[in-house]
Design a protein around this ligand. Sequence first.
Ligand SMILES: O=C(O)CCC(=O)C(=O)O
Ligand SMILES: [Fe+2]
Length: 271
Amino acid sequence: MDIPLHSFPTTRISSHGADKNFPLTTDVYKLDRPYSPPWMKVVSRAKEQFLATGCALITNFLREEILNELRRETLRFEKKTCSSKIPFSPYPPYIPSIDQTLPQDHPEKHIGQRSNRFVPYDELPQRSLLRELYEWDKMTIFVNACLGCKQITPLESSQSACVLSLQAEGESMDWHFDGHQYTVTLLIQAPLMGGEFEYVPFIRSPGAPNFSGIKAVLDGNVQKVIRMPFSSGDLVIFEGHNSLHRTTATRGPIWRQVALLSYVDNTSLSY
Ligand SMILES: O=C(O)CCC(=O)C(=O)O
Ligand SMILES: [Fe+2]
């Protein structure tokens, strides 16, 4: 690990004008007061939704002024990134299998495409609001509880622990599974149209790779596909290792900007 996690102050930097004990998130959720009644209320709703659908939506998560500042922080990266169409297979490390024994139409041989732009964790400024949120111990406590207390920790990766994903007009990210278990997505800026997050909850599980079900989705079957409607400032807690997911192409001049906060639980993944 190149960057020590949790090494940044957990209280807000005064230049952002926020209350010291109320760093980043909307007052109503009381993230700074774990196990208080309002905190318990949002956690139990999120936990229920996560267990039922593989995804929990927490609306208006960020305070308005924090969201605006995060937008400004992210906007700077729009000019620094460039798009390219990258062949993208559904399984990490996102390279199609060359196994000769597999049929050509096997999902492990599928070649999709992605054209979004990633800003790696180590390129975020040291005094980034996003770093501050990701490295805030109470954020981890909150996400952990929403997932049903799985003992998660932030991913130890200087590159992909917490990244920005940007989509200009027409850019998308095809069907895939994440290499780590849990992703918390913060929608910093919704595009005018498109840029939808779609997923099939728990389409596979340990011991049940469900290649036929996955192939059906890759072939365009939308029967089990759920579209998560979320707006700027909303937070989505998601299991991306066993739930096939994608983001569709954005439309219009406003870029889609999301922050992706990655977490792993203490048991190592075997696949
Ligand atoms: O942009 C999103 O909402 C999800 C992106 C994603 O799935 C990923 O980067 O692995
Ligand atoms: Fe993903």
